[in-house]
Design a protein around this ligand. Structure first.
Ligand SMILES: [Zn+2]
Length: 475
């Protein structure tokens, strides 16, 4: 029945994975996938609701004798991150994802696979279609634009939800059941600057080759942030001579640790004889093995203008703000409790724009980070606003839902799964805060290198999670 994926026990989830891989579904481009899901519902005589944000809710009545059992919501996001190799030509707005099976591994051809979160979408469609298992009342919520700040989940009308148990299918590790995640908030800061004419020698400093990574999952791995590192380069130069910044730029996505940063400065005096020494100090700052390809280049260039000395001082202050893990949890498991990522810097004609993202397991933790940013902004006369704030979520490790999932996983696979917390964000926080009394877990198949063209999924792992969902629903 399937074309590409072979040798599996449950064919239908993989059939749907192949089907949705044919539909371009980058964040913000979910109309077609939403329509596909609504058509699916019509074909199967299931009630479907679609909203303006292209979120879709499909419900399925309980099988006979299960009418009084607790309803279950399954949930996954329809959008995917669109990343490709430099050598790959691929138009994510019109072309399907080309799937390649290598034994038990499923990958794409030089692009992201979209197992995050096509995996969850495919499982939900196969479950809705399955008339063989006994199940309670089921709600399947397909949300849009998760990858760009949980946008769809933020717009859904939750009065439509009746279930009190939710299984989010957006985790990437089979043998854990996630019971909590961080909340997050983004902060945009604008530093207004004065331009001054320049005729002196300028220097261009380029930092590159860093590993970067996800600002939630990888924030405690000791990886360097290119902007913070640029701040350290500038402080070393400042010990030799004063200078003015002309340009600074780096980073791209708010949820990625920046890998590159570029800065142009005009010093009062030449520091040519110190360049090699500065480079050596900076290259010695590598802690994580993944950052061993760090490069730093300092070369002469031209620039017709700079920002004032005062503006430069302000920028140096900003680049020295505490970054990455700000505090660890003081109870087990020891994980980062508050973190911040100086994600993006852009220079415009008369201002510098800076983007931060903060994460924490508590409201107070998020407030701690935003308070610190506000106080920095007032010290350097920058304007700011916070946006896309979403709440953290934490359930009990021994809740009935967790225990039931653990039992179902064990029955379906013979293996065990343990409750855990993650530092990244999930839609569970936003959804549970909108539905009173809703208990949630997040589970998934083994997916590796998500958000990169190297993304892969273990096929038998998806098979096992499908079996577990069936077992969970079957009683
Ligand atoms: Zn995801």
């Amino acid at each position: 029945m399937t074309n590409v994926i072979k040798g599996i026990k449950n064919e239908r989830p993989f059939y749907y994975f192949e089907e949705i891989s044919k539909i371009p579904r980058g964040s913000g481009n979910e109309k077609e996938i939403a329509n596909y899901i609504v058509d699916f519902a019509k074909k199967h005589n299931l009630p479907a609701y679609i909203d303006e944000a292209n979120n879709v809710l499909i419900t399925k009545n309980a099988t006979q004798g299960r009418e009084n059992d607790l309803g279950v919501m399954l949930q996954a996001h329809t959008d995917m991150v669109c990343e490709k190799d430099l050598a790959t030509k691929h138009d994510f707005s019109s072309e399907p994802i080309a799937l390649i099976q290598e034994g038990n591994i499923l990958r794409a051809n030089g692009t992201t696979l979209g197992a995050d979160d096509g995996f969850g979408v495919a499982i939900m469609l196969a479950i809705l279609e399955n008339d063989e298992i006994s199940h309670p009342y089921i709600e399947c919520l397909f949300t849009s634009s998760e990858e760009i700040g949980l946008v769809g989940a933020g717009k859904f009308d939750y009065t439509k939800i009746k279930a009190k148990q939710m299984i989010n299918l957006d985790s990437a590790e089979e043998n854990t059941v996630i019971i909590g995640c961080c909340g997050g908030v983004r902060t945009e800061m604008t530093l207004s600057c004065t331009r001054e004419e320049n005729t002196s020698d300028a220097y261009k400093i380029t930092i590159g080759g860093l590993c970067g990574g996800h600002s939630g999952e990888d924030i405690d791995k000791g990886r360097l942030n290119a902007h913070i590192l640029m701040g350290k380069v500038l402080m070393l130069i400042k010990e030799i001579t004063d200078f003015k910044i002309s340009y600074i730029s780096g980073g791209d996505k708010d949820n990625a640790i920046p890998r590159e940063c570029e800065c142009i400065i005009v010093p009062n005096a030449s520091f040519d004889d110190k360049i090699e020494e500065i480079k050596k100090i900076i290259l010695n700052k590598v802690v994580a093995k993944e950052d061993e390809n760090l490069t730093i280049n300092i070369e002469k260039t031209d620039t017709s203008s700079t920002f004032s000395s005062k503006d430069t001082e302000k920028m140096l202050k900003l680049l020295s703000i505490p970054n990455a893990v700000l505090k660890y949890r003081d109870v087990a498991p020891i994980l980062p409790s508050i973190s911040r990522n100086l994600a993006r810097i852009r220079t415009e004609e008369s201002n510098i724009k800076i983007g931060f993202s903060s994460r924490s397991y508590t409201k107070e933790g998020l407030d701690f980070s935003t308070d610190e940013l506000e106080s920095l902004a007032s010290k350097i006369d920058a304007s700011y606003y916070h946006h896309e704030r979403y709440p953290s979520w934490q359930d009990e490790a021994d809740s009935p839902l967790v225990t039931k999932w653990q039992k179902a996983y064990n029955k379906a696979t013979g293996k065990t799964t343990v409750p855990t917390l993650i530092h990244a964000g999930l839609e569970c926080g936003l959804i549970t805060s909108n539905v009173k009394g809703l208990s949630a877990i997040s589970v998934g198949a083994n997916v590796h290198d998500l958000h990169t063209p190297r993304e892969t999924m273990e096929i038998d792992s998806m098979d096992r999670i499908y079996d577990t969902v069936c077992t969970f629903l079957s009683k």
